[in-house]
Design a protein. Structure first.
Length: 437
């Protein structure tokens, strides 16, 4: 009885598949989705001619929006047949070929379609062994595509070569989990995150082979990025506390007030390892403070300047918090050495309002030492100015004496020259008188 029911279900599935094929061929407005699994007989029994005919019908259709052929429904041969005639589409928005048996060889047959599908916004190739060759080919093909979401989880990708002139201009979400991406792959991905044209908002790199050197590359690329709000690095066991500290400094660098203001205020979700509040070691401290910084970004998402100010107030102006962050980031500094003494009353008032009287007391103690240091420095500068002014006056007096002596010598020289000239005139006059006599 059970087997009979399964047979009925298979027949129903076959009828639905055939009805959809007819709807696509007839350009039926009601047929907007075609979905099939490789587990089904109607997929397994479909010949190359059938796939080629389906591709031709889809190319002529103007209503089909979703095409999903998954779980071994396709291999390179079937894919090549399907896209032999399917070289463009004006309606398909979502293509999913997840967990099929595709490689870069079969993927090459999709290139004309990808370049001419002017409504395609999502492509899912999860679980196909396209490797780096296939991924790099995809990026080049999707340059002018409207695609916004690309899923290549578990595709055997390690190295990534991205030409800055051939990047998908509209890509917003990129899923690259379960691959073999390391620092080498991160260098390629950095090109997606740099420059004023960077548009990616979500990047999933969980369960790869990224270590601290890869984190440093990504963090450097994100320093001035204002588009990416989600970065997932879960499951990359090579990331140590050092790599996590790099990410903490990315979202809240406490080396100076200016560094905090210039930190990344766009990332709202930054996952490296799950937070365990029952563990209080350095590892958990870094994760907790990173989470706090990204939460500030989230609450002030539309105003990065406000996020920067909030981080300064919440971390820089709280004695315990700044002490922890300085320790985690390996920084030794005094906040109040950066503040103009004239602004100290305002700063102290702000601390009292936001953090209470206890923090105000701690701030007063710290700022007094800075104020005294500033006063002492002022006195030292005044003393040096007086010394150099005295020296300058002394040198001016010496210079005046030399100028006077120079004038005297000049007059004496002029007198000598005048006397010599007169003597020469007298000699010339006496010589003329002798000649006349």
């Amino acid at each position: 009885m059970f087997n009979d029911r399964n047979n009925y279900e298979d027949e129903d599935d076959d009828e639905e598949w055939l009805a959809n094929l007819e709807g696509i061929k007839d350009n039926d407005p009601e047929t907007t989705e075609l979905s099939g699994s490789g587990d089904e007989n109607y997929i397994q029994n479909m010949a190359d001619e059938g796939w080629e005919g389906l591709g031709r019908d889809i190319a002529s259709n103007t209503h089909l929006r979703e095409l999903s052929l998954y779980r071994r429904a396709l291999n390179d041969q079937k894919l090549s047949c399907l896209f032999r005639k399917l070289t463009r589409s004006s309606s398909i928005a979502d293509v999913s070929f997840s967990d099929d048996e595709l490689s870069a060889v079969g993927l090459r047959s999709m290139v004309p379609f990808l370049q001419n599908a002017n409504n395609l916004t999502a492509l899912d190739l999860e679980g196909n062994n396209i490797q780096s060759e296939g991924f790099n080919m995809l990026f080049r093909a999707l340059r002018d595509s409207p695609i916004e979401t690309l899923s290549c989880d578990g595709c055997g990708i390690d190295s990534i070569e991205i030409d800055s002139n051939c990047m998908p201009r509209n890509l917003r979400r990129l899923f690259l989990s379960e691959n073999s991406i390391s620092a080498d792959g991160c260098r390629g991905l950095a090109k997606l995150l740099q420059g004023g044209d960077a548009a990616l908002t979500m990047l999933y790199l969980n369960n790869n082979e990224i270590a601290d050197d890869g984190v440093e590359i990504v963090a450097d690329a994100l320093q001035n990025n204002t588009s990416l709000n989600t970065l997932n690095l879960l499951g990359n066991d090579g990331i140590s506390n050092h790599g996590m500290t790099i990410l903490l400094k990315l979202v809240n660098n406490v080396s100076s007030i200016n560094a905090t203001l210039q930190s990344n205020h766009t990332l709202t979700s930054l996952q490296v390892k799950e937070i365990n509040h029952n563990e209080l070691d350095t590892h958990e401290e870094i994760k907790t403070h990173t989470h706090v910084a990204t939460m500030i970004n989230r609450r002030n998402g539309s105003d990065p300047n406000a996020a920067g100010r909030k981080k300064v107030i919440q971390t820089q102006l709280h004695s315990e918090t700044i002490a922890v962050l300085c320790r985690l980031q390996g920084i030794d500094r005094s906040l109040y050495s950066e503040i103009d003494p004239l602004h100290l009353p305002e700063v102290l008032s702000l601390i009292a309002q936001r953090h209470g009287q206890g923090e105000l007391y701690a701030a007063v103690l710290s700022s007094i030492m800075t104020l005294f240091s500033t006063v002492n420095r002022e006195k030292c500068i005044q003393q040096k100015m007086e010394y150099h002014a005295a020296k300058s006056a002394e040198y001016e007096a010496m210079a005046a004496g030399h100028r006077t002596k120079l004038e005297e010598l000049d007059k004496e020289l002029a007198t000598i020259k005048e006397a010599v000239a007169k003597n020469e005139d007298n000699v010339y006059s006496q010589s003329n008188k002798r000649r006349r006599t």
